[in-house]
Design a protein around this ligand. Structure first.
Ligand code: 5GP
Ligand code: SF4
Ligand code: MG
Length: 465
């Protein structure tokens, strides 16, 4: 999901809408904005679909007045596919000392246990979302002010969370102690914003002040002061390495590093680790593009657009049902026949999850008369589900959970298939010495099976580490 918050301008919701539009790649199912105005109080709008279709009309935007607003674009993670508007964030709660709204990116790994406990004690849930636990935990806190209630609440929460919250007067941002999901602080003039990624600062002309640190809570007051608190026990950070590979936009900066450059470097590493003689390097657009450029630069094999993407489709993976996802590949991608015919083609994609995309693409490329098809994948085999906010299917549906690299190659019926190594990926992400196996610099659980936070709800349901 993507989250954005703004304070210190007369029409904060307009800025939030722009920010969410720039974060649309992080979630396309639905979006919502909550705002506050000194006279009109809290207002909200939550809608299915794209930001540009919902939060551009005057009809909607004039119902969202005030100098303070937060918003969310949603992409539902495993288990909650039924689209209901009450699951759309931000969530709002009214406490004794005024209301608060929250927008959450990530996944709470003990949400089932928390929900059971909260319901037993009388909480009335409105949604099926794990994020709603935070509001109820805040309501039960004995602290008076809202930031302290939030600290109390989040100390009970396990898993991955970047949260943007607002009270009547304050904008608040928090990252979980491992800093799994991103969150940055930006500034335009005297006004501040919080965003999942820096690409959303650019769209409103904001400058990056800094990243919110893992385990940090920043509180931005009405008069433009930024207060910092550290509510959690310090731990080694475990930022999601898949943000570098796929999830973030290539024009974003993470940890001082360009996402595009990391992806291009992945291609360079791949060309060194798994060279192959061929005529063309083609990306599977758009997620494979920077890595394909790097592969071509390093190997000297020409880069070409062998697959053309229809710009009017969203990300295939994010479409919630299996059936739509299967159709999705053809709706979204088509082979550039004239270019491919008779050629030995290297296809570069970011990841193989179920293998649906790779299989369809291989069929289309062979149909078009390619002489050979070689897949190069910009991430290691995805052998484990993510429980921290990226939608991966259960383990049995992951191709790499049951097959070796050679078995996957045979299954996909391609001439060769190679994945980047974990070390190669870490090097591309700026870790010159590769992965520190005694204390990995990132979360890479979907590749390594080493989960930095035990997924306790899943373990209770029988998931085996
Ligand atoms: P597959 O067809 O193998 O199941 O999915 C692989 C494709 O889905 C890749 O081309 C990639 O761009 C996209 N993808 C891979 N992993 C994820 C993910 O975790 N979330 C989303 N939204 N898309 C993904
Ligand atoms: Fe990111 Fe994978 Fe860790 Fe999930 S399991 S947070 S996708 S690295
Ligand atoms: Mg893709």
């Amino acid at each position: 999901c993507g989250i954005f918050g703004m304070t210190g301008v007369t029409d904060a919701a307009n800025f939030v809408a722009l920010g969410l539009h720039a974060l649309q790649h992080r979630g396309q199912e639905a979006g919502g904005i909550v705002c506050h105005h000194p006279e009109f109080g809290f207002n909200s709008a939550r809608r299915f679909g794209y930001v540009r279709d919902n939060f551009t009309s005057q009809d909607v935007m004039q119902t969202l007045p005030g100098p303070l607003a937060i918003g969310h674009v949603r992409y539902s993670t495993a288990g909650k596919k039924a689209a209901v508007i009450r699951d759309v964030q931000p969530f709002f709660g009214e406490f004794s000392r005024g209301g608060a709204a929250i927008a959450h990116n990530g996944n709470i790994t003990n949400a089932d246990a928390l929900r059971r406990e909260l319901i037993e004690r009388g909480s009335i849930f409105q949604s099926s979302s794990d994020s709603e636990c935070i509001i109820h935990l805040m309501a039960r806190s004995l602290q008076k002010d809202i930031p302290s209630r939030m600290e109390d609440a989040l100390r009970r929460v396990e898993g991955a969370f970047s949260v943007i919250a607002m009270t009547r007067t304050k904008l608040i941002g928090v990252r979980d102690p491992l800093g799994v999901r991103p969150l940055v602080l930006g500034r335009v003039g005297d006004a501040y914003c919080l965003s999942s990624e820096t690409c959303a600062l650019d769209i409103i002309g904001a400058e990056l002040v800094r990243e919110v640190a893992p385990g940090e809570m920043v509180i931005i007051t009405e008069d433009g002061r930024v207060e910092s608190r550290m509510p959690f026990r310090p731990q080694p950070s475990k930022f999601c390495i898949f943000e570098h590979v796929y999830f973030s936009r290539p024009d974003s900066i993470i940890g001082g590093r360009s996402v595009y450059e990391t992806r291009r470097q992945i291609g360079v590493e791949l060309a060194r680790e798994a060279p192959v003689d061929a005529d063309l390097v083609c990306p599977v657009p758009d997620s494979g593009t920077p890595a394909a450029i790097g592969f071509s630069q390093e190997s000297g094999i020409p880069y070409a657009m062998g697959i053309i993407r229809n710009q009017y489709m969203g990300r295939t993976f994010i479409e919630p049902t299996e059936q739509i996802r299967n159709m999705g590949v053809r709706l979204k991608l088509n082979v550039n026949r004239a270019l491919i015919k008779g050629k030995r083609v290297i296809l570069v994609d970011d990841s193989v999850v179920r293998g649906t995309t790779s299989r369809k693409i291989k069929e289309m490329i062979l149909d078009a008369g390619a002489a050979e098809v070689h897949f190069r994948i910009a991430s290691p085999p995805t052998a484990w589900p993510c429980f921290y906010g990226v939608d991966t299917p259960e383990r049995e549906k992951l191709l790499a959970a049951t097959m070796s690299e050679d078995e996957m190659r045979d299954h996909l019926q391609v001439d060769s298939l190679k994945f980047i190594s974990l070390d190669g990926l870490y090097r591309a992400a700026g870790e010159a010495a590769g992965r520190d196996n005694s204390c990995p610099q990132y979360c890479d659980a979907c590749f390594s099976g080493e989960y930095p936070v035990a997924p306790s709800d899943q373990i209770e349901k029988g998931f085996q580490l």
